[in-house]
Design a protein around this ligand. Structure first.
Ligand code: SF4
Length: 367
């Protein structure tokens, strides 16, 4: 099936509401989807969105706050999140923590705003901390919905999300076999941001079943220069078409919105611990305080296993967690003879000629 047939967010939201379900607007990056779904709340993620008028949001924020947060605030102030029954804000970075504070202390939207604090490590105490955060979120959602799903329901919801994430990982792994453009592939990957898990399972299952290796196609690494794309979110999505025109292909990614959310299955019989395990055992992420050597090893492994020729760090301007890592990370990559380049962008910009020229020069150098 063509990924172009993906349902739109608005359709999904309307369909979920039509059977009495609630909607959560969820800010980036990590949160327990299974917990929300156990309350019949559909998480719909808010990555900006790009290309909107950011000025209403800008009035409340310092000029050095990233465009993702600026746009999210403008979007909310314009009433575009009114469809949501609850707003969930993970403590991903100082900018999103500031966003949550502005909402709670000043703007006071009509929906409850629920923050989630994420630990910056992966020790047993971090696991317990995150499990307790999810228990607190459970209590808050129970108060809002007057529902109290039992452990068995939470585990069943978790099992469904694990199945969806297994397929997501397979989609990432088998990307070279799929006769679809990179833009189509990433639209499908990013549909995890709003599709209910069961629908994602159906669509991705059919896609993986329907395609098998059939020789060279538009995204084949045999015809293109394979690269790793790192950063937070690939916007504007036309970057994938631009890369294809440059005869480059994203052979794997280290994007916080995509590859860093390949959550492995959990093992605990406690649903809250299991949800926490999955997030803490995901690939290292700047926003969860992953150690620099750990991120370096992860990137080097991605390069080695995919034969990527280099890494493009494609980062949102003023994204502190990402910028903090880059100098040391790139030094480490250089020591391993892995070329990299850094491009910064604003969510409201088109893919600029300047960015195109820089990426093109990098790809030519790799080729
Ligand atoms: S782009 Fe960076 S600074 Fe902005 S919300 Fe995401 S992690 Fe935080």
């Amino acid at each position: 099936m063509s990924t172009l047939a993906l349902p739109r967010r608005s359709e999904i939201i309307r369909a979920h509401q039509a059977h009495g379900g609630r909607i959560a607007a969820v800010l980036p990056i990590h949160y327990p989807r299974a917990l929300l779904r156990a309350f019949d709340i559909l998480p719909v993620e808010v990555w900006g969105p790009p290309r909107i008028d950011p000025s209403p949001g800008a009035a409340h924020l310092q000029p050095y706050v990233c465009s993702l947060v600026r746009n999210a605030l403008a979007f909310l102030l314009a009433g575009e999140l009114d469809v949501a029954d609850v707003v969930i804000v993970p403590h991903t970075c100082d900018s999103l923590q500031g966003f949550a504070s502005i909402l709670v202390d000043f703007i006071q939207p009509k929906q409850p705003v629920l923050p989630i604090y994420l630990p910056r490590g992966n020790r047993p105490s971090d696991l317990e901390f995150l499990a307790n955060e999810f228990r607190a979120l459970y209590r808050a959602l129970a108060a809002i919905t007057h529902c109290t799903p039992a452990d068995a329901e939470l585990l069943a919801s978790n099992a469904r999300e694990e199945h969806a994430d297994d397929l997501l990982a397979e989609l990432h792994r088998r990307r070279n076999e799929l006769a679809m453009t990179q833009l189509e592939l990433y639209r499908l990957i990013r549909s995890r941001e709003y599709l209910p898990a069961e629908m994602f399972i159906e669509i991705v299952g059919a896609t993986l079943h329907g395609y098998s290796a059939q020789g060279d196609h538009p995204g084949s690494p045999r015809q293109n220069v394979p690269i790793i794309l790192s950063g937070i979110v690939p916007e504007p999505m036309v970057i994938f078409d631009a890369l294809a025109e440059m005869r480059a292909v994203v052979i794997a990614d280290d994007l916080a919105s995509c590859g860093r959310r390949l959550y492995p299955r959990g093992t605990s019989a406690d649903p809250f611990v299991r949800m926490a395990e999955r997030i803490l055992n995901a690939p290292p992420d700047s926003t969860r305080g992953g150690a620099i050597p750990e991120r370096l090893e992860h990137l080097a492994r991605l390069v080695a296993t995919t034969n990527a020729k280099g890494i493009v760090f494609y980062d949102v301007k003023f994204c502190e967690p990402e910028l903090f890592y880059l100098p040391t990370l790139r030094q480490g990559l250089q020591a391993r003879h892995i070329p990299s380049t850094v491009i910064e962008f604003d969510l409201n910009d088109a893919f600029s000629q300047q960015a195109r020229t820089r990426v093109e020069a990098f790809i030519e150098m790799l080729g």
